[in-house]
Design a binder for this molecule. Structure first.
Ligand SMILES: [Mg+2]
Length: 405
């Protein structure tokens, strides 16, 4: 029997949730209806647009641009700070409501989840009607809107929820793939990032249909084994299960290393590279909901001599800031003051979320820094890894030979 999967996605989550919260607190304006954004502190490195209202969008304001730029485009722009604990609360509210419809739910991100509805047909006669009922209930009772995509697998459900927004239900069943998905530009396909899209366009592959019909061996020359998955996705094929995450295999260690554009002893430059690497490995670790107890630094000098050093932490972490500080400290202790060709960070010795205890003395600043990490992860998930880079990194030029495993 064919499967039926729902993908539920909150429309403009951060901004909508803030709007609902403000209205509940007696704020007179619905910030979804005025030029408004959610944005970080301008004076810090996170002074960027995290979410924007539809009106702000009309002014040409874009997610991930600086608040400074956004204000130039619209002088009476209202700016609201991100509030991760509010997002978490709204997200929990949504997921606990949705969970009643199927025991099989996969939380995909803070505002998105999959529901496997395959074995519920004896409960609900018309699944599409049920999706409308869910959507209306969420709007009326929680005050924000969602899109629901319905398909025979996760990929199609996810693609469907993205079709037209907001407040819509769409289907993308196997027999609809050719008519509804193939005409779309190839960059709209799930998992096709900016750089892949660019390469595909260079190869003359402009639509999802082009990709669905491309010769595998031709694509493999450029995308190696990813080519198989790309072509399967373009044909609407995806066998992955809706899983609650418990049985997913996780990485035992996570590492990244970069070959620098020139051999260097410039400590300021090395710091920038380390910060960028800390963000990458931290993000991978946060994705698998784990914390590292060991951090290592790997160094290769201009004569291809490798050396490294590692340390065991008192408190496990997956926080970018902590990883960076420990890595830098390790580097300064280890570095022989020779010219560096390649530098890397490796995390290992992981423990589960549940073992992590927030110290009673954990500062407010630290809790905030965690929220910022999570917010930025979310944007990077959506817009690709290069969308947000701390301002201090913007001037660095690094040859990305990434080996995150
Ligand atoms: Mg969303």
């Amino acid at each position: 029997m064919s499967r039926v999967i729902f993908h539920i996605d909150v429309n403009n989550a951060f901004l909508s949730w803030t709007a609902v919260d403000l209205l509940n607190k007696g704020y007179r304006m619905d910030i979804r209806k005025i030029p408004s954004i959610i944005g970080g502190d301008e004076s810090k490195r996170h002074g960027i647009v995290l979410a924007k209202s539809p009106v702000a969008k009309k002014y040409g304001i874009k997610t991930a641009e600086t608040i400074y730029m956004a204000k130039k485009k619209c002088q009476n722009l209202k700016i609201f700070p991100p509030n991760y604990s509010l997002y978490k609360e709204k997200s929990n509210q949504l997921f606990s409501y949705l969970k009643q419809f199927s025991p099989n739910m996969e939380i995909f991100s803070i505002d998105e989840c999959f529901l496997d509805m395959s074995n519920t047909t004896y409960l609900y006669k018309d699944l599409k009607q049920l999706a409308y009922t869910m959507k209306e209930y969420i709007k009326t009772h929680f005050g924000f809107t969602v899109n629901i995509g319905i398909g025979n697998n996760k990929l199609c459900a996810k693609m469907a929820s993205d079709f037209e927004k907001p407040d819509k239900v769409h289907t993308l069943f196997q027999e609809e793939v050719a008519s509804k998905m193939w005409p779309l530009p190839v960059e709209d396909l799930f998992m096709i990032g900016k750089s892949s899209a660019k390469k595909l366009h260079e190869l003359g592959i402009k639509t999802i249909s082009d990709l669905a019909h491309v010769d595998l061996s031709k694509l493999q020359k450029h995308f190696k084994n990813n080519a198989i998955v790309m072509i399967r996705h373009a044909n609407g094929i995806d066998d992955s299960e809706v899983t609650d995450g418990k049985y997913q295999t996780k990485n035992k260690n996570i590492s990244v290393s970069k070959t620098l554009s020139t051999d260097t002893v410039d400590i300021e430059f090395i710091k920038k590279v380390l910060l960028q690497e800390a963000e990458e490995v931290g993000r991978s670790l946060r994705k698998q909901n784990e914390y590292a107890k060991t951090i290592a630094i790997t160094i290769r000098n201009k004569d291809f001599f490798d050396y490294s050093h590692q340390t065991k932490l008192k408190n496990q972490t997956n926080e970018t800031k902590v990883i960076y500080e420990v890595a830098l400290d390790l580097f300064l202790k280890t570095w022989k003051r020779d010219y560096i060709r390649n530098i890397g960070i490796r995390l290992s010795d992981f423990v589960e979320d549940s073992h992590y205890q927030i110290s009673l003395f954990e500062s407010e600043e630290k809790i905030q820094s965690k929220s910022v990490d999570q917010t930025i992860d979310k944007i990077k998930d959506k817009y690709g890894f290069d969308s947000i880079i701390p301002a201090s990194l913007l001037t660095s030029s690094v040859d990305k030979s990434k080996n995150t495993r």
